[in-house]
Design a protein. Structure first.
Ligand code: CMC
Length: 440
């Protein structure tokens, strides 16, 4: 589905010297199309008897990819080479989906067809109503999503043969198309309202807002400013290279698991507060702080090494400069707040005060802990009337295209192997079993 990456071997090598024995090993260096070169350690164990040790993968490239590029120091994010700022300004989510999946921007005809095909996959098997109704109404919507997306493999058997390119394509379209339907159903179910079906005359983001806020009792008119903001949020979250959830999708997929199961695994990983769950955690934190006067107290707590509290929505593993998505999101946030005329809402005022103080505070400045995308998305969602528990679900809706693009790329990679990290074992060495009577 996607283009092949352009990584190459170079003539350069890096020498590894084992100081205990004096043995020297030459490790090949590979070059991508941009970004740092990588040391190829694939034969390290075979040639040297050493493993590398890198918990959290802070220095490890896990795959070759041509989809998304991040330069965290420069604050750059590119989808298939296109800067996120240009995509957010000139493109739309459907076009970005096409770009991520196929490697290039669509022509007008390709775009029309793609949008049509996605639109005509938005309906979900009717029997899935029963499935969702088997869950408790107070379930967290992310729990519903993990279950429902995993269950798609039980409803759509005809697109689970991962060796068949057509199956892979249909499964990918199905997931991109059905995620808003499932997400809004999770919400409607939680508040006891009837499920609203997708409408084929609406575009992707409009449809989402319609299924979320319409009821069968009266016509619902989608606010174009909110639909535009929603579309932009989806673009900004569509892919982000080899983050935790994407790596989870790839690892699950590396065993040959079906695509629905792999994306369900990605949703589970996204749920955590250090990842996609941060947008929900931001709002919970703001509610806990409660008043502008308490911001200094919480800033102090965030800086205290003995206190596990962290300022949610601040910091990023890769960006040590401003997260470029956060900059765009901040602007969108202002547009939405103006449109909805909610500037003087206390929680939003509190968020702005927190941002102001953290951006001036030496701890955050010196550690380059800027507000990340989740800080502003939580505020926008709240202003739009989206319940806090649905924030991470929206992240999952947007990221589905990234997950399926990365999954497809992995399946098509001829060098792909099952993911199987090794470890630094620190447990007991061999010991003899003791019968119960001998233990004491
Ligand atoms: N508040 C206070 N201190 C922080 C924070 C924070 N939010 N984030 C990092 N630090 C400190 C941390 O204590 C450490 O200090 P020191 O060097 O003195 O020990 C230093 O900054 C580096 O932190 P780290 O934990 O080693 O960095 P990491 O790359 O492992 O973690 C992170 C990245 C995003 C998990 C972390 O910054 C964090 O927990 N942020 C809050 C959660 C959040 O907003 N997550 C959303 C990330 S963006 C959306 C996405 O891609 O999922």
């Amino acid at each position: 589905m996607s283009e092949k990456a352009a990584a190459q071997a170079t003539n350069n090598t890096v020498t590894l010297i084992d100081n205990a024995t004096g043995r020297r090993f030459e490790l090949p260096v590979m070059k991508g199309s941009t970004g740092p070169d990588v040391i190829d350690v694939r034969k390290l164990y075979q040639d040297t008897g050493f493993f590398t040790f890198d918990p959290g993968y802070t220095s490890t490239g896990s795959c070759e990819s041509s989809i998304t590029y991040i330069d965290g120091d420069a604050g750059v994010l590119l989808y298939r080479g296109y800067p996120i700022e240009q995509l957010a300004e000139h493109s739309d989510f459907m076009e970005c989906c096409y770009l991520l999946l196929y490697g290039d921007l669509p022509t007008a005809d390709q775009k029309r067809k793609f949008e049509h095909d996605i639109t005509y996959h938005t309906m979900v098997h009717e029997q899935m109503h029963k499935f969702i109704e088997g869950l408790r109404r107070d379930s967290h919507p992310m729990a519903v999503m993990v279950g429902m997306v995993g269950a798609l493999s039980a409803f759509y058997h005809d697109s689970t043969d991962i060796t068949n390119p057509r199956h892979r394509m249909v499964a990918s379209y199905r997931m991109i198309a059905k995620m808003p339907t499932l997400a809004t159903w999770a919400y409607k179910y939680s508040i006891g309202q009837p499920f609203i079906y997708p409408r084929n005359d609406l575009r992707y983001s409009e449809n989402f807002l319609h299924m979320m806020f319409a009821t069968p009792c009266e016509p619902y008119k989608v606010n174009p400013v909110l639909a535009k903001a929603m579309d932009r949020i989806l673009i900004l979250h569509a892919d982000h290279e080899q983050n935790a959830s994407t790596s989870t999708v790839r690892l699950a997929g590396s065993s040959g698991a079906n695509p629905f199961a792999c994306i369900a695994a990605g949703i589970a990983s996204l749920w955590g507060p250090a990842h996609g769950g941060a947008n929900e955690a931001v709002l919970k934190m703001l509610e806990e702080i409660g008043d502008k006067s308490r911001v200094p107290e919480y800033i102090k707590r965030a800086k205290d090494k003995d206190d596990p509290f962290r300022l949610m929505g601040f910091g990023h593993r890769v960006y040590h400069n401003y997260d470029p998505r956060a900059r765009i999101m901040r602007q969108s946030c202002n547009e939405v707040l103006d449109e909805l005329n909610v500037r003087d809402e206390p929680l939003l005022e509190l968020a702005m005060e927190l941002e102001r103080i953290a951006l001036e505070d030496d701890y955050f400045v010196s550690k380059k802990l800027y507000p990340n995308v989740d800080f502003y998305s939580g505020i926008i969602f709240r202003a739009m009337g989206i319940p806090v528990s649905l924030f991470t679900v929206l992240f999952a809706v947007a990221r589905t295209v990234g997950w399926v693009a990365q999954w497809n790329e992995m399946i098509e990679d001829p060098t792909q192997k099952i993911g199987r990290p090794r470890q630094l074992y620190a447990g007991p060495t061999r010991r003899e079993f003791k019968l119960l009577a001998q233990r004491g």
